[in-house]
Ligand binder design. Structure first.
Ligand SMILES: Cc1ncc(COP(=O)(O)O)c(C=O)c1O
Length: 369
């Protein structure tokens, strides 16, 4: 009897998440120098973490023999004052990915349905399938979540409805007033999961706290992986009503968030100057990339996040060609967009480099006919 025959059937059919390739892996695979490689594939912050976060992480590292605070007390307290909510309205995860999984633990089983956009962040679908529930994918309309169609897809079996704004992989955001009216009109048996992983980059984001204070069934998910530059330390959080947070707290591991990540996140929240500079740099970088790609006659989707979808013809071929020059981007064929690549906004030098490499690729392709 092989080991697979002992596994739950849902595990055997579970699709596998494909992460952006790490720099060291690409260097080994292609015989390139690590120092010459830039990774613009996973929407990380090209400016790293705040130096204050790094210092806090280092201070905590020397107490590595101690278990972390399982309740993430200090981080929840700081988040509460940051967002004007109560500490009990926060739940912290090992990245916001874990929070999506915790939602699955609390709410999903066979027969349940989860409504989500397509394409949208793939982990909603992975978690839905993992718990034996059904993913109801509603195509985007003009690159945006089609809220009326998502509303129409709700059935008595719907447990969760996921709205990713700004959306990954498109970078598009749902207009705040439309989002708020949509959430207010949801039936009482549905919990709305609003993924705000890129919200800090948005000029005018929706404020969903009034809905939470009114007692609506809404949870917002955020992360320290993007603007705060702490993807490697795995810290994300959700904010919602206290009752919902208590349910999520019940199903997490006792020490799900490590001490170094907690300390770094607390310090990162305090460095508002760093966050502000990163937002400004990202805005400039987005303009630089959009201008550059448009001048090459490449279509781009206007983005409110820290990445850009670019129509390159054959996404897999462009990914491969750029990778051979040491520039890692994200092909998005698995999101149903084989003609596109998703490119993270880098520093201005990194942006220049990818524009130059793309220009060279296109002229070579033109030359070859
Ligand atoms: C929309 C969205 N949500 C959540 C995540 C997960 O972030 P993390 O688990 O690093 O907090 C990502 C990461 O790429 C994302 O793009």
């Amino acid at each position: 009897m092989n080991i697979e025959s002992l596994a739950k059937p849902s595990v055997l059919t579970q699709p596998v998440y494909e992460p952006g390739k790490p720099i060291e892996y690409v260097a080994r695979e292609l015989g390139l120098d690590v120092a010459g490689i830039i990774k613009l594939a996973s929407n990380e912050n090209p400016f790293g973490p705040s130096p204050m976060a790094v210092a806090a992480a280092n201070r905590t590292l020397v107490q590595g023999e101690l278990y972390p605070d399982g309740g993430c007390f200090e981080l929840r307290r700081r988040l509460a004052s940051h967002l004007g909510l109560e500490a009990e309205q926060f739940v912290i995860g090992n990245g916001s990915n874990e929070l999506i999984e915790l939602l699955g633990h609390v709410f999903l089983g066979p027969g349940d349905e989860v409504v989500m956009g397509n394409p949208a962040f793939v982990v909603y679908k992975l978690v839905t399938l993992l718990f034996g529930a059904k993913a109801v994918e509603v195509p985007l309309r003009n690159w945006h979540h089609d809220l009326p169609a998502m509303g129409a897809a709700i059935t008595p079996r719907t447990k969760l409805i996921c709205v990713c704004s700004p959306n990954n992989p498109t970078g598009t955001a749902t207009p705040p007033d439309e989002l708020v009216s949509f959430l207010r009109a949801l039936p009482d048996h549905v919990l709305a999961v609003v993924d705000e992983a890129y919200v800090e980059y948005q000029a005018r984001p929706a404020d969903l706290r009034p809905l939470i204070k009114e007692g609506r069934k809404v949870i917002c998910l955020r992360t320290f992986s993007k603007i705060y530059g702490l993807a490697g330390l795995r810290v994300g959080y959700g904010y919602a009503g206290q009752a919902l947070c208590s349910l999520l707290q019940r199903v997490r591991q006792p020490f799900n968030v490590n001490a170094i990540g907690q300390a770094a996140a607390v310090a990162a929240l305090g460095d508002t100057g760093f966050v502000h500079r990163c937002v400004q740099e990202n805005r400039r970088g987005l303009e630089q990339l959009e201008r550059g790609f448009r001048s090459m006659q490449l279509e781009v989707v206007p983005s409110e996040a820290n990445f850009l979808l670019v129509r390159v013809g054959n996404g897999a071929a462009v990914f491969g060609a750029l990778q051979r020059t040491g520039v890692i981007v994200r092909p998005v064929g698995s999101y149903g967009l084989p003609e596109w690549v998703r490119i993270t906004v880098g520093s201005s030098e990194q942006n220049e480099r990818i524009l130059a490499e793309m220009g060279r690729f296109l002229s070579r392709r033109g030359h070859l006919g």
